[in-house]
Design a protein. Structure first.
Length: 185
C-alpha cells in the first residue's frame, strides 16, 4: 500500500512553473508514495455557504471526495501580489467545511513553490501554511521548498529535470510520507 498525496496547485496556467513543480513531485515521488495533481480547481466556485448544498456544488464535492481519499496534502503555490492565489485559498476554504469535519483536519500538509522573486514565494507559502493550519491541517513546518527566480531557472529546464529541485522535492515528500502510518499488508 502506498501513501497517497494530493497536490493542489495554486496556478491555473498550463505552463505554470508551479504546476511543473507538482508534476516533478509526481514523477519523482519516493518509492511507496503516489502524488496526484488535482485537476479542476478552476471549476470550484468561490466559497459561499448559501451554495454549499448537494445540488449546487458538484465541483466542490469532487474536490472534497479527492481530499477524502488522500493521506496527505502538498500545496504548491506561486506568489501573487505577496500572497497565495485566490484559487488555492478557495480550495482551502471549501475543504475546511463543513465546520467540524474538514477534509484537511489532522492531515499532514506541506507547502512548496517557486516564484520569480528572489525569495521564491515565501510570503505566499507562509499564508498557505497559516490558512491550511487554521482549517485543521497538520502543517509540516520543516518540510519547505521555496525556489527563487523561476522565470530564469526554469526557462529552459522543467523542474523534473533539475537535480537540485528534484532532490528537495523528494525530501519534502519523504517527510510527508513519514507522518503516515501505513497498515501492514
Amino acid at each position: 500500500m502506498s501513501v497517497h498525496i494530493l497536490a493542489l496547485v495554486g496556478s491555473l496556467r498550463s505552463g505554470s512553473h508551479n504546476r511543473q513543480l507538482a508534476e516533478a513531485a509526481a514523477k519523482h515521488a519516493p518509492e511507496g508514495v503516489e502524488v496526484t495533481l488535482y485537476e479542476g480547481l478552476a471549476e470550484v466556485p468561490f466559497y459561499n455557504e448559501d451554495i454549499d448544498t448537494d445540488e449546487q456544488r458538484p465541483a466542490a464535492t469532487r474536490l472534497r471526495e479527492a481530499a477524502g481519499r488522500a493521506d496527505a496534502f502538498l500545496l504548491v503555490t506561486p506568489e501573487y501580489n505577496g500572497t497565495m492565489p485566490a484559487v488555492l485559498k478557495n480550495a482551502i476554504d471549501w475543504l475546511s467545511r463543513p465546520f467540524g469535519s474538514s477534509a484537511l483536519a489532522g492531515s499532514p500538509t506541506a507547502v512548496v513553490g517557486t516564484a520569480f522573486g528572489q525569495y521564491g514565494g515565501v510570503w505566499a507559502q507562509d499564508d498557505a501554511r497559516k490558512s491550511a493550519g487554521i482549517a485543521g491541517a497538520t502543517i509540516l513546518e520543516d518540510a519547505k521548498l521555496a525556489i527563487p527566480d523561476s522565470v530564469t531557472r526554469f526557462a529552459e529546464t522543467h523542474p523534473a529535470d533539475d537535480t537540485e529541485a528534484v532532490a528537495q522535492l523528494k525530501q519534502v515528500l519523504s517527510a510527508l510520507a513519514a507522518t503516515i502510518e501505513v497498515p501492514a499488508s
